[in-house]
Design a protein around this ligand. Structure first.
Ligand SMILES: [Zn+2]
Length: 386
């Protein structure tokens, strides 16, 4: 063999033939999981994974089995301040320790895992913890909030004031926000169109400069609660009328396809996904527990009646908050294939495309058209020899 990566070249040729130009290279893309968790033994004991928890080594093995290249790991530090569970002495210390543990775990796989800090937004130490996480390179990309676990009720004016402050702080620290916005289900807290409108009108304007990723398509899992559709419809209408507050809002589809919780609403789920637009949707598996291995979660998603192209787009989307990290992660990675001769000249150096993504192409490669500004190059660094 000549050391060429024929598969890669074949894929490029297919793309060129299909598009006639260097179009977005979705077929080179990798699956990104935007909703994962790790659990220290202490956090595991308070949640479904149990006291063995889930560490980065476990998660990476499961991501490998699912063919998922990278994952955004949302710290579960807020679980130590769940007001509906027995209180933990020295709660804030546990919260800090869990965020620190998550940071250290993702640091073991800097090219595969990226951490998000988390905190209960109603706690008096919330702003202090966000500021602390903003200094941690493994956590500073974003903040996870879980309104269900933290029992946030946006109809409560005191809660709303605190959460607005937290959104503002995340914005000031340039941290994206991933939010499980569905109110607590066990305690039947109010949730629906009214709460989504409060979110749109009073929370989003506090974080205008960062991505806000609404988890689970605004559900708490599945898509069988009519209140969820009422809530999601508020955002769908806002997208349709090009409401500027929706500019940086994304949705993850994590947990939507839980068996028995979406099938009779299949057409509605698909309609909402198409109304939102696949460019705003992100894939997520949720915690890799025994009954929710990433491989099964990914497979379940494919039960939704979407087209292969739609799945591909959702699974390969690159949220703006990941771009710099992906670029850095790619540049630390070995090239996909080595140049056959040392003379194969690389004209596009890693990190040189308009989005700061990686692409390396030899000078006489027939595909060396300039990249369109909206190209999403998600392939590994690639050098095609003369
Ligand atoms: Zn989750």
């Amino acid at each position: 063999m000549l050391g060429l990566n024929y598969d890669a070249i074949k894929r490029w040729i297919t793309i060129i033939t299909a598009w006639g130009v260097l179009a977005p290279l979705n077929s080179l893309a990798e699956i990104i999981d935007y909703h994962q968790h790790l659990y220290s033994p202490g956090a595991g004991a308070r949640s479904s994974p149990g006291p063995r928890g889930i560490d980065a080594d476990n998660l990476i093995a499961q991501l490998d089995a699912a063919g998922i290249r990278r994952a955004v790991v949302l710290s579960v530090a807020y679980s130590f301040s769940n007001p509906n569970k027995p209180p933990v002495p020295n709660e804030y210390e546990h919260v800090m320790a869990e965020n620190n543990w998550t940071s250290a775990q993702v640091a073991k796989y800097p090219q595969r895992l990226l951490g998000f800090c988390s905190v209960n937004p109603l706690r008096p130490y919330a702003l202090e913890e966000i500021a602390r996480c903003a200094k941690d390179p493994n956590l500073r990309t974003g903040l996870k909030l879980h309104f269900g676990n933290s029992d946030v009720n946006v109809d409560n004016s005191d809660h709303l004031v605190r959460v607005r402050r937290v959104f503002r702080a995340a914005n000031e620290h340039h941290m994206a926000i991933v939010v499980h916005m569905h109110a607590n289900i066990d305690h039947h807290r109010p949730y629906g169109a009214k709460e989504a409108l409060i979110f749109l009108e009073q929370l989003l304007p506090e974080a205008p400069d960062v991505v806000v990723q609404i988890a689970h398509l605004a559900e708490g899992g599945g898509y069988d609660d009519p209140a969820t559709d009422a809530a999601l419809s508020v955002f769908v209408k806002a997208i349709e009328r090009k409401d500027p507050r929706m500019k940086n809002v994304y949705f993850d589809v994590c947990g939507v396809a839980i068996p028995g919780m979406w099938e009779n609403k299949a057409d509605l789920v698909v309609q909402r996904i198409r109304q939102i637009g696949t460019n705003r949707l992100l894939y997520g598996s949720d915690a890799a527990t025994a009954d929710n291995a990433p491989k099964s979660a990914l497979k379940r998603l494919h039960n939704l009646p979407l087209t292969q192209e739609e799945f591909r787009e959702i699974e390969n989307n690159v949220a703006p908050y990941l771009r710099n990290w992906l670029s850095a992660a790619e540049s630390r990675q070995k090239p996909f294939c080595k140049p056959r001769k040392p003379s194969a000249r690389v004209v596009a150096k890693p990190g040189s495309d308009p989005l700061g993504r990686i692409v390396a192409i030899s000078s006489n490669c027939p595909f060396c058209a300039p990249l369109a500004a909206n190209s999403r190059i998600t392939g590994k660094p690639e050098v095609i020899p003369r």
